[in-house]
Design a protein around this ligand. Structure first.
Ligand code: NAG
Ligand code: NAG
Ligand code: NAG
Ligand code: NAG
Length: 477
């Protein structure tokens, strides 16, 4: 009896130790991977928490909080005077950065009943003017419900439509909150939660494509905006609608040379092998058999309804998506840019790769700052996945730039920039505030806009030069 017990231990203890070491090893590496990239750490020190909570308590004790007309800020950010930041008051701005940055503190008592959600997103006292045509928004999400809800609020309009693709790995609580939006709001679709999305871009194209399929039957929109979790909209719905009318039907897509090593070798990229065209008759054999010229760009794009219809009905991108999805990192950033530049495919609103050295503004949909290996390239000196995190000190510049969205603003890093941007959009949308003018000529002179307007004209000569510089951040400092 005694002996048998002993043997049992001899066997189980080493296995137990092996498993524990294995877990420790894996966690150690995960931890170090994140650390070595100097990524933003969302943890908040106790000292900072005290000062944040003091601000919140002060606000909540104020009997007038929430009673004023106009934009209502959160308790965390209520003390921030966005108007002073907007006017570029440097001395004041310096008191809002560093240790004083305000993160969002999750509201654990957020009322998730339909009447409460509807009242936060489109309160009855907000008047909406008619848009020339609505806008469709397709966003892949995985975290920060209150931030996502805020983005929905600031771009909500009865003519707009919204689709969310939710990461299956997200906590159940997040998934059920997002699903509530579908239940409570007529113009919001939340797709069945069936896929994992990750920061390396896996399945991202699939999520956006499913959203496009779901939104296509909705009739009242002319452009779609493809977004990811932490993209922040920095233009009012009226401004976006005007910008899209200036674009005149062209797609707005970032592109660049294909990044080496992204594509898995040994796959076929010609339209014939990829079964790209649903109906190949009438399409040149040369187009069908030559490999697609691949470009790297970004997932965030604006596309015309005609382009979306073509993507869903005239071509079948399943094999292309599947092949790009085998890439380890950023496989999602090639599909739309490549279709956009392979002009002979005839995607509506396409551009061309006949300007290989073009270095003017390629895309006005998204503004992004890369750290490029040096944290000093970021005004906030803070990075995540190689992208600079945007902070309150950049508010004035952003309010004047021509872009529609910014990536990334992270609520646990600096919520004041998100809040002030929302207040600004509120003022522009509901108070008729004119703090910045859209430069129609800037948009109309964009190379892809001119190309789209004229390329079918036999007399048109493509001129790849650009003399525009007002799209660079430095121009607005
Ligand atoms: C929004 O409008 C209010 C009321 O006019 C003003 O006090 C505030 O500074 C404005 N905020 C921004 C960011 O423009
Ligand atoms: C949630 O909001 C609704 C509508 O405003 C309200 O009727 C309800 O009492 C609220 N529930 C809680 C728990 O506060
Ligand atoms: C395929 O394209 C050809 C040429 O454009 C057209 O005549 C034909 O009707 C199309 N077939 C189908 C099934 O749509
Ligand atoms: C995309 O790649 C991921 C990671 O390799 C995989 O889990 C997923 O199933 C792939 N998606 C498709 C549609 O093949």
């Amino acid at each position: 009896m005694q002996n048998r017990k002993f043997y049992w231990k001899l066997f189980v203890i080493p296995i137990f130790l092996l498993v524990v070491c294995g877990i420790a090893y894996v966690s150690f590496f995960k931890f170090n991977e994140a650390r070595s990239m100097h990524d933003f750490d969302p943890g908040i020190s106790d000292k900072r928490k005290v000062s944040i909570y003091e601000h919140m308590i002060d606000t909540l004790r104020n009997e007038n909080y929430g009673s004023s007309v106009g934009y209502r800020k959160r308790a965390e950010t209520n003390h921030i005077q966005c108007g002073r930041v907007l006017s570029g008051d440097t001395e004041y701005i310096n008191t809002l950065v560093g240790e004083n940055r305000m993160p969002l503190i999750e509201n654990r008592r957020l009322n998730m009943s339909c009447p409460a959600i509807q009242d936060r997103i489109h309160p009855k006292n907000r008047d909406f003017k008619l848009l020339d045509s609505g806008i469709a928004f397709a966003r892949v999400v995985f975290t920060d419900y209150e931030f996502i809800e805020k983005q929905l609020e600031m771009s909500w309009h009865p003519q707009n439509v919204f689709c969310f693709a939710v990461d299956k790995k997200s906590p159940d609580e997040f998934i059920s909150k997002i699903q509530k939006l579908d239940e409570c709001l007529e113009n919001v679709i939340v797709l069945p939660v069936v896929e994992n999305y990750d920061s390396a871009g896996h399945n991202m194209n699939v999520g956006h494509k499913r959203c496009m399929e779901a939104l296509l039957p909705k009739t009242d929109w002319s452009y779609i905006l493809l977004l990811q979790n932490h993209d922040v909209i920095i233009k009012s719905v009226y401004e976006i609608s005007r910008i899209y009318s200036f674009l005149g039907g062209v797609n707005d897509v970032h592109f660049g040379k294909e990044i080496d090593g992204r594509r898995v070798p040994g796959l076929k990229w010609d339209p014939k092998s990829m079964h790209l065209f649903r109906n190949e008759s009438g399409i040149d054999e040369k187009i069908l058999n030559e490999p697609m010229r691949v470009y790297s760009g970004a997932v965030q794009v604006s596309m015309s309804r005609a382009a979306v219809k073509w993507l869903i009905e005239d071509v079948d991108v399943s094999i292309a998506i599947d092949q790009f999805n085998r890439t380890k990192y950023a496989g999602d950033e090639q599909l739309i840019p490549s279709l956009h530049l392979n002009y002979e495919y005839g995607m509506p609103g396409h551009f061309t790769d006949q300007c290989p050295d073009y270095d003017g503004p390629k895309q006005i949909t998204r503004f992004v700052q890369w750290a490029r290996g040096n944290i000093n390239n970021c005004p906030t000196k803070t990075v995540r996945h190689g992208f600079c995190l945007i902070g309150i000190e950049q508010f004035q510049a952003l309010s004047r730039m021509p872009f529609i969205t910014v990536n990334k603003m992270v609520p646990s890093f600096d919520y004041s920039i998100i809040e002030c941007t929302s207040e600004l959009l509120y003022n522009r949308t509901f108070l008729g505030q004119l703090d910045h003018e859209l430069y129609e000529s800037f948009y109309k002179e964009l190379l892809h806009v001119k190309y789209h307007e004229h390329h079918k004209d036999p007399m048109y000569k493509l001129d790849c030069r650009s003399n525009q510089n007002s799209w660079k951040y430095e121009y607005y400092l």
